[in-house]
Design a protein around this ligand. Structure first.
Ligand SMILES: [Zn+2]
Length: 242
């Protein structure tokens, strides 16, 4: 790929969807790493739809809808609500460019900087890794945007940044802790107290659980010691000392 250095590319803002194959436009068109995306005209191929049917490679045309879209300002991008559609970021636009009031349609484009909202990061670790690899392949600057902060995850030409990797590890830990605690343990739930039998919860709060084992033995457990076992599909606990 080459962005001609004798032209200053325009920098706009846009949004992509993100999967294991990398970035796609919202219409499903794939952006390949290290390759500029060359717009083709779809309107022209649908007979009767285009205002003026033109060569699909002679893009963008002023009186058509073709070209790679980007908006001019981050303010407009945000107020139009584009952020919620996926990864957003800055994009280089070059070649023939049609200017509109709020944005551009360009002949060629390539991502410049990507901003990754944490809620898009898959909870499954393998899925996360393969998606991050796919993203790193673009060799652009990538930031995780969390609580108004931009944490560097990847730098163009030098790969992953320790700050972003630390964030992912912390996020992962929080996720598992949350997942375990998000299931609410309630009165009436059954807990397999290992080595002792099934107890029925009498009381549960954030720190403590009391459960009835048999008809008269009250087992007291720390809430953190009671965990949902996904494989056995039941609550399990080590019995604490009575
Ligand atoms: Zn067109």
């Amino acid at each position: 790929m080459s962005i001609p250095d004798y032209i200053s590319p325009i920098i706009g803002y846009r949004v992509w969807t993100w999967g294991t194959t990398g970035l796609k436009s919202l219409c499903g068109e794939r952006w390949k790493p290290s390759q500029s995306l060359a717009a083709r005209c779809r309107a022209s191929s649908v007979v009767g739809r285009a205002e003026v049917v033109h060569d699909t490679r002679d893009v963008p045309q002023a009186n058509c809808t073709c070209g790679v879209y980007a908006v001019k300002t981050l303010d407009h991008f945000r107020s139009a609500g584009y952020e919620r559609f996926g990864i957003h970021g800055e994009v280089y636009l070059w070649g023939a460019v049609v200017e509109h009031e709020l944005g551009w349609r360009a002949q060629f484009a390539y991502p410049k900087t990507l901003f990754l909202p944490p809620d898009l990061i898959p909870s499954d670790t393998k899925e996360m890794e393969s998606r991050l690899e796919a993203l790193a392949a673009y060799s652009t600057d990538i930031f995780i945007v969390a609580c108004g902060e931009s944490i560097p995850l990847c730098w163009k030409g030098s790969g992953f940044d320790a700050a972003g990797l630390d964030y992912l590890i912390r996020d992962r830990t929080r996720y598992y802790v949350r997942r375990q605690r998000d299931r609410t343990l309630m009165r009436g739930d059954r807990v397999a107290v290992l080595g002792r039998g099934i107890a029925v919860v009498e009381h549960a709060d954030d720190t403590e659980v009391h459960a009835l084992l048999g008809s008269r033995i009250i087992v007291r457990m720390r809430r953190n010691d009671v965990a949902w076992n996904q494989q056995n599909l039941r609550w399990e606990a080590e019995a604490s000392a009575p």
